[in-house]
Design a protein. Structure first.
Length: 354
């Protein structure tokens, strides 16, 4: 049965693959446990610059720098046995952030973000997708509130160098098993994040590292303009959400149809949207949960049990990303996020459908 399950299968594929899955090459040792050790061998050469630094304050400054700095550079994203290299251009002004991501290997693809929309371009297939929703972030977006989050413990590691720049190293360890740990390499001068590692215990499950970065005073707005010929490509524009019968359409993104009971400690709802989804037989709610650092998407498809496919029931994983599908009498529930498997399982089981 293709209708109801098609949408969550597609959503899961987008969340899991993002820009990484296309054209990646094997690099089995890149994310190995020994990698953090190898990365710190130059620590002695850069001197001890951590004596008076508070790690929580440093993470707070890093979160601000990532949003407000102008920067351009190349980075590699390592997930499991695959590595992808990207170019990033980021600008910030009084109107907000502008960003352009361009793949440097595999199939050509680009992502442009402005204040309201995300545009994804695949030149080879002559396809452009425009959406208000954000795809999975390759560079972690760290909220400044993480510095005060009691579910994580902060400590300083040995100073290091990344892309030729001296960095502070901050370890962010979870207080329980419902979230991953992090290690951040932070530019000593600008407080920009130059390398991050996602940790499941002592095991590195994913990492991002700049190989080159510079901080221009200004970046021309024209560099963020989408130049694709509209007549030569297939465009998919953002679709206006529709409310359930009997409600004004303007309330479509304010409908509170999903609640939770016994969520893992620290996770809370930050947004909920409702849409019929153009390729689906029934409506879908999307709820975003966060603990201030980790985030989980919950998709609820309102279809009867008899119409649900059971092929996506249970746990599926790819690198640091886990998804859990749960079939109920009223709906099919999928929880997906860059969190441990136990977390998506517990969140899916905590869903209450109104």
């Amino acid at each position: 049965m293709s209708g109801p399950r098609t949408v969550v299968t597609a959503l899961r594929a987008v969340l899991m693959s993002s820009l990484v899955g296309m054209g990646s090459v094997t690099l089995a040792h890149a994310a190995s446990e020994s990698d953090p050790v190898a990365a710190t061998r130059t620590a002695d050469s850069v001197g001890d610059v951590t004596a008076s630094v508070d790690p929580a304050d440093l993470v707070r400054s890093m979160s601000i720098a990532m949003k407000t700095l102008n920067y351009e550079g190349n980075f590699v994203h390592v997930q499991g046995n695959h590595i992808t290299s990207m170019n990033i251009l980021h600008s910030s002004d009084v109107n907000g952030e502008l960003e352009r991501l361009r793949a440097l290997d595999g199939e050509a693809r680009e992502v442009y973000r402005n204040h309201t929309l995300v545009t994804c371009i695949w030149p080879a297939s002559q396809s452009v997708v425009v959406s208000k929703s954000k795809p999975r972030e390759l560079l972690p977006k760290v909220d400044a509130d993480l510095a005060a989050n009691k579910r994580y413990q902060f400590s300083m590691g040995k100073p290091d160098r990344v892309a030729g720049l001296v960095t502070h190293v901050v370890n962010v360890l979870p207080a329980d098993t419902y979230r991953y740990g992090y290690r951040f390499w932070i530019d000593r001068d600008t407080h920009m994040l130059l390398r991050s590692m996602l940790l499941d215990g002592q095991r590195a499950v994913e990492q991002v590292m700049f190989t080159f970065i510079e901080y221009p005073e200004s970046i021309e707005a024209a560099r963020f303009e989408v130049t694709t010929d509209k007549e030569q490509v297939s465009w998919l524009e953002p679709r206006r959400l529709q409310a359930p019968a009997g409600l004004p359409e303007i309330l479509a993104d304010q409908v509170d149809r999903v609640t939770f009971q016994d969520l893992p400690d620290g996770y809370r709802e930050v947004s909920e949207t409702y849409s019929p989804m153009p390729i689906n037989d029934g409506p879908v709610s999307h709820v975003m949960l966060s603990d201030g650092m980790a985030s989980v998407s919950v998709y609820v498809e309102y279809v009867p049990l008899a119409e649900q496919s059971q092929s996506s029931v249970g746990l599926s994983s790819m690198g640091a990303m886990n998804a859990y599908g749960l079939s109920t009498e009223e709906a099919f529930i999928t929880a997906v996020g860059e969190v441990p498997a136990d977390t998506v399982r517990a969140i899916a089981k905590a869903v209450l459908v109104r």
